[in-house]
Design a protein around this ligand. Sequence first.
Ligand code: CP
Length: 323
Amino acid sequence: MKHLLSTRDLTPGDAIGILDTAEEMAAVNDREVRKLPALRGRTVVNLFFEDSTRTRISFEAAAKRLSADVINFAAKGSSVSKGESLKDTAQTLEAIGADAVVIRHSAAGAPHRLAVTDWIQAAVVNAGDGTHEHPTQALLDAFTLRRHLARVAGTPSAGADLAGAHVVIVGDILHSRVARSNVWLLTTLGARVTLVAPPTLLPIGVEHWPCAVSYDLDAALDQAPDAVMMLRVQAERMNASYFPSTAEYSRLWGLGDERFDRFDTPAFKDTVILHPGPMVRGLEISSTAADSDRSQVLRQVANGVSVRMAVLYLLMSAKESAR
Ligand code: CP
């Protein structure tokens, strides 16, 4: 694997290989060994043209735990405001010594552009491109779900796929790169996915995706899925006309206190709640649900470091052997 641009590109073997490597990284993290020497002398550049809390910090922590040097670039405050192009920005960072570029950009396809042109030689990791994909988020979601299912079954998670699992993804699917990456990855790993959204927040062509689609959250919950993934309503990408009123959205598509009461029934005894963050509490999820013991939200964040360590290690050690 030279770059990580999309979960759609991953075979089941690729995906399980990343998740298993992440298990090894997690075992190191659990032993509180703060650093591995694997990427000593290598440089990871975080090239962020859009805001981020979790992804940027998690890649930084992951790179540092592998002993890499880290350069954080934020478009705000840079020469991008003077009109500098993506190509010139990336080449400038490579001239400073980037071996891997982790890029978040509002334009779908920006990471592909860096990877398929000969602008730079560094490994490219997509950290979220417009509404297109967010592959490491989906990998950390799959890792979290795989660990949960293994805990419930009393089996090891290493080597396992997600065959037979059912995941309901709820909310603003139209703008969600997380939903897209999850649909490709979860189905590659054998899981069944149901998307639930208001009709105006579903993309054109969704009927051709490898998943079920519904407007009715309660009907989807009747199937007692293994995981319910709530998505943020992406107001910053939205034309107001797409959006029902916040009260209507919350009542029909939110995981509010009343709907969360269903999790107290036996059918839901092993159902977990996922959210990629940031959460808009009171809109797509209530604080009761977000802070409950069903919520995996902080586990997702912690697992993100192990998954990103695995991705950087696999990409950068492949680069090393190709030299
Ligand atoms: N999940 C996620 O991508 O969060 P950030 O926008 O904070 O990175």
